[in-house]
Design a protein around this ligand. Structure first.
Ligand SMILES: NC(=O)c1ccc[n+]([C@@H]2O[C@H](COP(=O)([O-])OP(=O)(O)OC[C@H]3O[C@@H](n4cnc5c(N)ncnc54)[C@H](OP(=O)(O)O)[C@@H]3O)[C@@H](O)[C@H]2O)c1
Length: 361
């Protein structure tokens, strides 16, 4: 068996970082060899650094407990222990951009959960089942950064996975207008009910910046590479409302959509059932076998029952029916910290390894 690639988690002590640690435990291709965070955590073992703030129900994997957390700003020191990194940090946008570029310039691929570089023209923002071809822009990015091996690739906002996969399977029918309302879990803010007791028995009708991301990022995912830049698609028109609801994990969306060529209900169901992407073709370790699952029951998908479908990497849809104002309406659901964050990023890394962009240094 080939040796595993050495991976670092920058921001490994945070909510998303902990998910990376959990998902990479016993990963067939990747082995965690470095964890970095703020100077406040540096020098502690991982177990000490997350003491009192480990947020997952599974325990801390034995292999990482004793890893000494490094200071993420000491880029060369962290980079020398790894073949590539995942990055999920809570810092100012400019600081994240500079940090990720600094890692890439050491020749280290960076797979990022942060939003800082989502609109940098030569940085691919990828949902591996939908736009795997965007990774081809990495060659142009490497020239700009002056490295033959380093680069940055990012994943999109967690909200859009609850409706974009279902719409993507229907692109042949030219969707023209989409209205989506998202009902988003508190883990999306890096919180649980202990940290955020105000969310118990409550709904907050505002998530800063979320609606713009939810409306614009799908268009970049559906965009194309023109002159070494990713140019966003011009359709469909998307409008959203993003609402915080009292659930731990799972973002649910209600969606209305109209098409230029209106499909039948059976055509839509058949597209969802048969939708497969590059991760399924390549049989990547984290790829869901069935990317989109349709529930016939009227009261599904439910956040608590269905968010873990396909180990949290599948998306669920239900309640497809014709609408009086739009052509159709339906409900979608995805796990925000698995498919929508750390799991989505691990799948990007697997795609990039399989396609030859990430290798042992
Ligand atoms: N939660 C989600 O569902 C979700 C989904 C998609 C994307 N994201 C994005 O992922 C990123 C992390 O989110 P999170 O929820 O995991 O946040 P979090 O729980 O607050 O964790 C933040 C991480 O950043 C580190 N950090 C803070 N300041 C730093 C600095 N100056 N230098 C280096 N590291 C620093 C923290 O280290 P210390 O422990 O040492 O402070 C910690 O590891 C954010 O950009 C967020 O927008 C989150």
């Amino acid at each position: 068996m080939a040796a595993k690639l050495k991976v670092g988690i920058v921001g490994g002590t945070g909510m998303v970082g902990q998910r990376f640690v959990q998902l990479l435990d016993q990963h067939p291709w990747f082995q965690v060899t470095a964890i970095a965070a703020s100077a406040g955590s540096a020098g502690k073992t991982y177990e000490e650094a997350v003491q009192g703030r480990w947020k997952l129900s599974s325990s801390i994997p034995e292999d990482v407990k004793g890893i000494v957390v490094q200071d993420a700003s000491k880029v060369e020191e962290v980079a020398q222990n790894v073949d590539f990194i995942f990055c999920a940090v809570e810092m100012k946008k400019n600081d994240i951009q500079a940090l990720e570029e600094a890692y890439a310039k050491t020749g280290t691929p960076v797979i990022s959960n942060n939003s800082a570089h989502r609109w940098t023209p030569d940085i691919p923002m990828v949902i591996p089942e939908i736009n795997p071809g965007h990774i081809e822009i990495i060659e142009a990015q490497r020239k700009r950064l002056g490295t033959s091996t380093g680069f940055i690739a990012v994943k999109p906002n967690c909200s859009i996975q609850s409706y974009v996969p279902a719409l993507n399977a229907l692109l042949d029918f030219n969707p023209t207008t989409v209205v989506a309302s998202t009902y988003q879990a508190i883990s999306g803010a890096g919180k649980n009910f202990t940290d955020w007791p105000e969310m118990l028995d409550n709904v907050i009708p505002y998530i800063g910046g979320e609606e713009e991301k939810s409306e614009q990022e799908p268009l970049r995912i559906w965009g194309s590479i023109v002159n070494n830049e990713i140019v966003k698609a011009s359709a469909p028109l998307i409008t959203t409302q993003c609402i915080r609801v009292p659930v731990t994990d799972g973002h649910l969306a209600t969606v209305f959509v109209s098409f230029e060529k209106k499909p039948s209900k059976d055509e839509i169901l058949s597209r969802w059932l048969n939708f497969k992407g590059r991760p399924q073709e390549l049989e990547l370790p984290s790829a869901p076998k069935q990317f989109i699952t349709y529930f016939e029951e009227e009261n599904r998908p439910q956040t608590k029952l269905d968010r873990d479908i396909e180990r949290g990497m599948g998306v669920s849809v239900g309640r497809l029916r014709e609408d009086s104002l739009y052509d159709f309406k339906f409900v979608g659901l995805s796990h925000n910290t698995l498919r929508g964050a750390a799991g989505g990023a691990v799948l990007i890394a697997e795609l990039l390894k399989a396609e030859g962009y990430i290798q042992a240094k």
